[in-house]
Every structure is written in C-alpha cells, then in structure tokens.
Design a protein around this ligand. Sequence first.
Ligand code: ADP
Ligand code: MG
Length: 685
Amino acid sequence: MLDTPITFLKGVGERRAEAFRRLGVLSARDLLFHIPHRYEDASTVRRISTLRIGEDATVIGTVVSKGVLPTRKGLRIFQAVVQDASGLIEASWPGQPFLDRAITKGDVLLLNGSVRFYHGRQLMPREWVNLGADDAGTAEGRVLAVYPATEGLSFKQIRAIIDKHLDALVPAFDEYLPADLLRETSLPGIQDALRRVHRPASVAEAVRGRDRLAYDELLCVHLLQRRANALARQVRAGIAFANKRKLTSQLKAALPWELTGAQVRATREIVADMTSPLRMHRLLQGDVGSGKTIVALFACCLVLENGYQAAVMAPTELLAEQHFRTFSRLLAPLGVEPVLVVGAMSAKARKAAAARLAEAGPVLVVGTHALVQEGTQFARLGLAVIDEQHRFGVEQRAMLGEKGASPDVLLMSATPIPRSLALTLYGDLDVSVLDERPPGRRPVTTALRGESGRERVLEFIETQLAAGRQAYLVYPIIEESDKIALKAATTAFEALAAGPFQHRRVALLHGRLSSEEKDGIMRAFRDGAIDLLVSTTVIEVGIDVPNATVMVIEHPERFGLSQLHQLRGRVGRGGEESFCILLGDVGGESRERLRHLIETEDGFAIARADLRLRGMGDLFGKQQSGVPAFRIADPVRDEELSEMARRAAERLLAADPMLESSPNRALQRMLKARYGRALELFRVG
Ligand code: ADP
Ligand code: MG
C-alpha cells in the first residue's frame, strides 16, 4: 500500500503526479513524508486594524479589489486590498504582475510581511498563501499546515490530498524503531508522529512529530555512513609508508617559523594514517590562513622519502602556481624540485613534466585539474592532496585518487564547519582541524560604515595606498544576474579610476573575463603592479598577497557570513595592521547578522552563526557537491537530535552490524524501502 505510485492515489492525476515528482514525492509513503515546512497558528494572526508601521505581522483577509500598477521606472506592481472583520490593508508585490492571474477577488489570503508607510499602511508580503475562496472559517481556531508546493500544485491542493489519504495510510506504517531505542528518545511513535505533523492541534505538537521524523532521517544517514565507513576500511588496503624522518625532519629544520600546535597535531594524525596499512581518507579543515599548505607539504615529504609520487591539485592555475612557488622555496634546501602541471603550458614543459611523472622515482607535482586529465600518467602515485576540495566535483576528486594504486587521499577545505556537521556530511572521512592561527598575526579591524561615511572610507584607502599598501573593493554577485553586479563594479571602477584614484593603478576583475585574463590581473596584483583591485567577487579565495591591507565590501548584507569571512581573510596576511570595511546602509536583521563578523575572527563561530541564520545552502555556495539530501532534518539546527542519532547508530551497529536480529529487522526493512542503496551496504561484507 505504501509503495503505491502517487499517480494511483485518488485526487492525483497524471499532471499532479508530475508536479509531485518535482517535489520528490513518488509513492504514497513519500506523500506522508512530504511534511509542512511551516505552520500558521491562528493565535499568531493579527487583526488588520491593529497593524502599525514598521511591524512584522501575519494577517488573514479576503481580497476586495486588486490590479497591476505600472510605475515610472517600468516596474509593474501587483496590488491587492484585503479585508478582515476589523479593517482593510493594501498589500503590494513589486515586480510580480503575474500574480494577477493567481489571485482573484474573493480569495482569502494569509499574508506575512512588514508594514510600511506608502500613501497609508501597506503590507509587503514576504510569504503568502492563497487559502482559496472558502477557507475563511477554517483558518481561524486551528493550526494551518503550509506545505512546500510547486508550479501546478498549490499548497492547498497538497493539503487536501494528504488530508484525504492520511487516515487510510497512517495505519500501514509499522513502528520500525526498536522499542528500547524509541523509549530512550522519548519521541512519539511513527503513526502518532505522522498524524501530529499533518493535522496538529497545536504548533508544539507538530514540532514533536517533526522531531521524530527528523530523528529517523538522521539515524538512517548515520547508519548508512557508519556502515559505508566500516566497509571502506575493510577493503581499503593502502600503502604503509615508513616514517623515515629524513625529508620531513629537514623540512621542519628549514622552516622559517615554528609549527602551531594545531599543525603539529594534524601532521601527527596524517602521519599515523599514512604509516598504517589502510588507505588514508582525511579531510583537513582550517580557517583561512590557518596554514593548511604546510601540513600538506609534510605529508608530501613523507611520500617522497618513501620513493613515491605526491600530487597536489588546486582549483585554479593561480593557486597551483602559488603552491608551486611556496613548495619550490621551502624544498630548495632539501634539494627537491617540484613539478608544475597546468593547462597553459608549452608543449615542451608539458612533455618534461610528463617524463618525470612516468619515471618511478619520487616526484612532487602541483597542478590544476590538468592532473586528472587522460594525458597525465603517474608511475607511482602515493598521495593525492586536493586543495579547496569543495570546488571540485566528486568525480574529479575520485579520479585523482584513481591515478595510482590506492594512493592516500587528503582533502583540504577553508570553510570550517562544526564537527557534528562534518560527521554528518562526510561520515566516510576522518577529519583533522586547524583551530589555531600562526602566531604574530594581527587581528583584522572590521567595521560597518554607512553611505554617509563613503568619502572617508575612500580617503582611508588612499592613506593606505600612499603608505605603499594595496586594497580590494568587492561587489557582490547578485542572484540570477551578475550583470547588475558587473555594472555596479564597472561604474565604480570608472568613477574611482578617473576620480579619487586617478594617480593610482586601479584594475577591474569580474566573472566575464577569461581565466587567463583573471589570472593575469591577480598576478599583477600579487606582484604589486596594481594598487586597488575592484572586483565583482574576489575569485581567488586561497590567494596570498601579504601587502594588501584593506578589504572594502559593498552591500555586505548580500553575502553569507562565511563568504565575508573568507573575503576578510585576504587581508591581515603580512605584518601590517589590516582593515575590513563593510560599506552600505544596512539595518535591522542584516545589521545584527553582520555583528557576528565584526565581533569575532573565529571561522568556526562564524560558520556556525551562518548556518543557524541562513541554513546550509549558503555555506558552500553553489559549488559544493556530494552533500546528502535531507528532506526533513537540518543537521545543524537539529544538532542535538543528530548527536543522539549518531550515538544510537554507533550502538546499534556495534551490537548487530547487519541489523539482522529480530528487534532491528524492521529498521533494516525501512532503510531498504527509503534508501534503496542501503541494501547493498548491508549485504556486502
Ligand atoms: P590556508 O590554510 O588558508 O591555506 P596557508 O597555508 O596559505 O593558509 O598559510 C597562510 C600563511 O601563513 C602563509 O603565508 C604561510 O607561510 C603562513 N604560515 C603557515 N604556518 C605558519 C606558522 N606556523 N607560523 C607562521 N606562519 C605560518
Ligand atoms: Mg590554502
């Protein structure tokens, strides 16, 4: 019954089934796991007459008139006047004239948004739901479930369909959590949870139900990842390197500074992995500037002194070059010469590099994805290091690992995430953390300045340039269209280059340039041939220009906190005092959010705040791949549940690795039904 395809359920035809598929709902089971993302409680609904300007409020009212207004600027605005028993208010949707078709006179709307003054009180809906023509009574006095919807399938239709099938489907769910476990969590049973989520009597009740379903999801993911982990270890025979302490000791002696405690710890963890006969699969994460590169270099030296090859892959030529220079400099006293492999190389250089890789001798090669392209062959790859790992696809990461016979793999990431999230996202990786900064770094002074302070900010940049320093000025990419950002950056660039900075060397960097052009500009900046770099976004996150001391960020409210922190990490790399200035008139919630950045330079704390405030999507941007999909749980917001689930998974599998004892069998069946792949993980081994 639960496997019935959604198309066959009453009230769902072909067209709606198609829309359901877009929402990930394929079967009757999926339908019940399509849970509301929000509830509106009648107790939170305000009477329209009581709304005050500047407030945020939810109201329910009937549309008494509506229409589309053109404006002088060409923007078209949909407006509707809604009425409840207490009064009227105008609601306004700029730029959404198409709503004229979705909303008709007589419809009851539930609106949530801020009230502003515009020829009287006007509501700017942030969220809204069309309850249809007949829903005025039902919305009051009960909790309204709001479902994620899609084109051709409204929230209201979904609610009606679920409502129709709920009583018949719920009894088909047998409890699958072992009784002890369920008791221990004190969460509701599965049938109870499903009822509470879809037809709650109060929001608190709905939340309890949701927690149970979120817990299940987290438990499944932890079970799968632990199981995959155990299997991977069984079959992952690797190379057992010997810790000869030759090159590594020489490197340590040749370093111009002491390693930080965190670097020593991470290096030890890596060496332990590499000297064991199992294959290393480790993520090294550390804030910008925490010194990951040198840790990777120690791992490479261990490989070289064992007569193997080591490869370091970076996402851009510029970064690859930067690593190449660093390595060449640090390894020179050891008599080791690294090899560079990038796309833009003369045929001769490429051939020379290929020849060195084809010999079975020890080589350290640094490069871009050119390293994983077919032409590149390694005679004896022992270690693959992948810098800024989230900028590579899963395939590219895997391909480098397959260039040798089970080389050890070290991934590096500058987006530090809380350990609990790392465990959930990368269950199959071991994690080392650099949570300490190299000594002698001066903190970056961070401040927010409004438009009225713009002049002074420009003057400040000038004093820094006059002192021989360099500066960045960054514009955000605006969602959908980076055209606007480009225009803003271009206009600013022209105005600055012709005006206050006409005696300085100013350059413009943006996403429309070819990668050679971008690299060219970044190189010139690195070499001090550019004083002020205006950019739509600083593309090179890992770039190290110690002479740059000022980072000015326009429209800081448009960035995630972690992104801002990464940008800030571009300065404060030399001995000079550095500054990060957030420029713009930012108010309200955004201002609060930016306070986190101003008050701390701890990347972990910032990532945590970012996750809490804006969810997971923003943290890695669109570049992240390979993150498991959670439908209900959010591993960050549900950290406690996740931790509970992680411990439960550990215990369950320790006692019953295949989940085949009778109390666990229902759980195993559920895993199989919901995550088809799971079966294989539990069959092998
Ligand atoms: P990231 O972790 O962001 O990749 P890098 O490895 O590029 O950071 O290191 C940032 C800077 O810090 C580099 O200039 C590097 O030489 C320097 N550095 C690394 N470790 C130390 C240390 N222990 N003491 C002083 N400086 C260090
Ligand atoms: Mg780096």
